[in-house]
Design a protein around this ligand. Structure first.
Ligand SMILES: NC(=O)c1ccc[n+]([C@@H]2O[C@H](COP(=O)([O-])OP(=O)(O)OC[C@H]3O[C@@H](n4cnc5c(N)ncnc54)[C@H](O)[C@@H]3O)[C@@H](O)[C@H]2O)c1
Length: 307
């Protein structure tokens, strides 16, 4: 394991699940850790200090250094306080793992404003706030002439990158986090900060219904994700940035961002009829994610004419 001795890490949502494993692994690698967790339900209701405190106790019992923080990462002042606590407690910050998350799954047609806002706030704003305040700390150190080697690790999801029915709020936030990763990597490279993102699959309280009971040798053990975080936080990973990694069991798969596909190009402006003709010529069987064309044809009473 690479040594992270001397480094200070903040892990959001580290009281349970995947974030807890990140915090334990970072501490085992020698980092001093701020264990953030609001402690609410999977839906983001309520608050409880116990999960963050328990992880701090575990780290200390194993000989590591950690402090607990109970701020809500969806609140910009909470995010500011979290970063300030790391600097107050340990004198610096080197690693920020944005991981806290909630779910409010619902079909788009039934989704309420509150369900939409809560999920976007915890995930997307909950990534922006801590990153924004950590970035200010790193910019200050870099401008003072220090050679900064800082890390941000974000948490997206296959749902946000490939789509998943019933998760338009969550998927939109997670897709946004992949975009935030790319832009933050572009902006913060000048200060010596790398920004990467994981799209994990693991069995936690968030996914236990989906993934079922624990297997003997478990590809879905949340501890499978943590070594990827430790590796990306090592000094040796200074030239790896702006990447999204799908992580499942022992598989770490680099995901390519949006790529240009077929180009329909003409001098000047397209006429809508002409463009439609060009699209139908190029895609005679239609073009849509798998399984959707028959569904669309059925919904339209088989009246959608192809080709
Ligand atoms: N489990 C999976 O398979 C999976 C798949 C894709 C993405 N993810 C993502 O991984 C991350 C961790 O999820 P998990 O499966 O460990 O879930 P989890 O529910 O076990 O852990 C999430 C933790 O975040 C905390 N949290 C929630 N809102 C918070 C807030 N506003 N401020 C501070 N803490 C808050 C919760 O109290 C909880 O302890 C999430 O971002 C999730 O979306 C998980």
């Amino acid at each position: 394991m690479p040594s992270l001795a001397g480094k200070v890490a903040v892990v959001t949502g580290a009281g349970r699940g995947i974030g807890r494993e990140h915090a334990l692994a970072l501490a085992a690698a020698g980092a001093r850790v701020v264990v953030n967790d609001l402690g609410g339900s999977t839906a983001g209701e309520g608050a409880d200090d116990a999960p963050a405190r328990q992880v701090v106790d575990e780290i200390r019992a194993a000989g590591g250094e950690a402090v607990a923080n109970f701020d809500d990462v969806a609140d910009l002042h909470g995010a500011e306080n979290l970063i300030a606590q790391a600097i107050d407690a340990f004198g610096r910050l080197d690693i920020l793992v944005n991981n806290a998350g909630i779910l409010r799954d619902r079909m788009l047609v039934n989704m309420t404003e509150e369900e939409w806002d809560a999920v976007i706030a915890v995930h997307l704003k909950g990534h922006f706030g801590p990153t924004r305040h950590a970035a200010a700390h790193w910019r200050e150190r870099s401008k003072a002439g220090e050679e900064v080697r800082a890390r941000v690790i974000n948490t997206s999801s296959p749902s946000g990158l490939f789509g998943n029915v019933g998760q338009c709020n969550y998927g939109a936030a997670k897709g946004g986090i992949a975009s935030l990763t790319l832009i933050a990597a572009q902006e913060l490279a000048r200060y010596g900060v790398t920004v990467n993102c994981l799209a994990p699959n693991a069995r936690t309280r968030m996914t236990e219904e989906l993934f079922g009971p624990t297997a003997a040798s478990d590809a879905l053990d949340p501890a499978n994700i943590a070594p990827v975080v430790v590796a990306l936080c090592a000094d040796e990973a200074q030239h790896i940035t702006g990447q999204v990694f799908f992580v499942y069991g022992g598989a770490v798969n680099v995901l390519r961002p949006w790529q240009p596909g077929e180009l329909f190009d003409r001098p000047g402006r397209w006429d809508a009829d002409e463009l439609l003709e060009a699209l139908r010529a190029r895609f005679p069987d239609g073009v849509a994610p798998e399984g959707m064309i028959p569904m669309m044809a059925r919904a339209a009473g088989g009246e959608v004419e192809l080709g």
